[in-house]
Design a protein around this ligand. Structure first.
Ligand code: 5GP
Length: 334
């Protein structure tokens, strides 16, 4: 835990600042995932219960498994939908971002004087907010939100419980990553006591792929690169792959996890050609192999075993650079 103040007084500051606000912008990192959106939407529901005006703006694609959730249409991902109220926002709450740059172009509509509450669990968080609630030991930001809601005395509705559960479920890889802690399991248990249906939720997220998604998954797996003596596995996803199947990047969320299913692979990567000269990379690793350190070499960040970065180069060139950096990272590992 990295906190300059005692946790409950920090949460009290958040609650007070939220209660005194009127027009609140919520955002999270580009290419939002289960934790960033689960946190953001659960916070939206908290603010609405207080009668606040709230806007949710994000850059990137919503993961496919969110499409059937009621509040997801309120998350606007097209810049032309990012309307700023006449009096401006008087508060912005940013989830799961190490720096304000991680919200991408949404940053351009946050006025320099807007107060920011920064809620995150990444160790390299730059504390860019007026209030910075950072807990590097939390499984997810959803788990941190839950603490805020409890301290605020919020009645946890079924919807809020579902979004928090999704945040924890996805950021712990279905309670499988080392970020799964007694605390995250305790919160999940309390959410189940609220009456959420974990089978139905887990099915919606992990077992509801379209035929096109599964066929493309098959293709990508058939062409995976197992390199460095079987110790690294790389997958590539290109815009033309997606076009052939009528899919978007968000439809292939979670693809990187396949790389860790290869026995012997210590590092896994998924490379995406977001632009012709810009390759986005998701990284995964086993044991104490620090892909966060690897990501930092390429303007990225994340956690010990799950991180992300980008290389300003076409995908084949980025792949070469990445393989050589992975080789350096694992050269002394048995
Ligand atoms: P994923 O591969 O699932 O997109 O991301 C894994 C982890 O790395 C997440 O914690 C995510 O926030 C972080 N991450 C992914 N891409 C970037 C990036 O470009 N910069 C930073 N700082 N973190 C990233």
């Amino acid at each position: 835990m990295r906190m300059t103040k005692n946790e409950s007084s920090l949460i009290r500051d958040i609650i007070e600042r939220v209660e005194s606000s009127e027009r609140v912008l919520l955002s999270s990192h580009q290419g939002p995932d289960g934790d960033s959106l689960g946190s953001q939407i659960s916070f939206y529901l908290y603010l609405k219960s207080l009668g606040k005006q709230v806007w949710m703006y994000n850059q990137g694609h919503i993961p496919h498994y969110f499409h059937d959730f009621k509040e997801i249409d309120l998350v606007k991902c097209e810049p032309e939908d990012w309307i700023v109220p006449e009096q401006g926002f008087d508060l912005a709450v940013i989830f799961e971002c190490t720096s304000i740059d991680r919200i991408g172009e949404v940053k351009d509509i946050v006025a320099p004087k807007t107060d920011i509450i920064n809620i995150d669990h990444h160790r390299e968080n730059s504390e860019f907010g007026l209030i910075n609630y950072i807990d590097v030991d939390a499984s997810s930001v959803g788990e941190m939100n839950y603490r805020i809601f409890k301290q605020a005395g919020l009645e946890i509705s079924r919807e809020i419980a579902e979004y928090i559960f999704i945040a924890i479920l996805t950021d712990t890889g279905r309670f499988h990553f080392t970020s799964t802690t007694p605390e995250s399991l305790r919160v999940a248990a309390e959410l189940i006591e609220q009456g959420i249906d974990i089978k139905a939720l887990t099915d919606r997220i992990y077992f509801s792929n379209s035929e096109a998604q599964l066929r493309l998954t098959g293709e990508l797996l058939a062409s995976m690169d197992v390199v460095l003596g079987g110790r690294a596995c790389l997958l590539t996803l290109t815009r033309s792959d997606l076009e052939r199947y009528g899919l978007k990047y968000g439809d292939m969320e979670g693809m990187v996890e396949w790389t860790m299913k290869v026995k012997g692979a210590m590092v896994g990567a998924l490379l995406k050609d977001l632009r012709p000269d810009f390759t986005k990379i998701s990284l995964r690793s086993q044991r104490d192999i620090d892909v966060h350190k690897l990501a930092q070499k390429f303007d990225g960040g994340g956690h010990l075993n799950a991180a992300g970065c980008h290389i300003h180069a076409p995908l084949p060139e980025a792949k070469e650079k990445l393989i050589s950096a992975i080789g350096e990272l694992i050269e002394d590992v048995d």
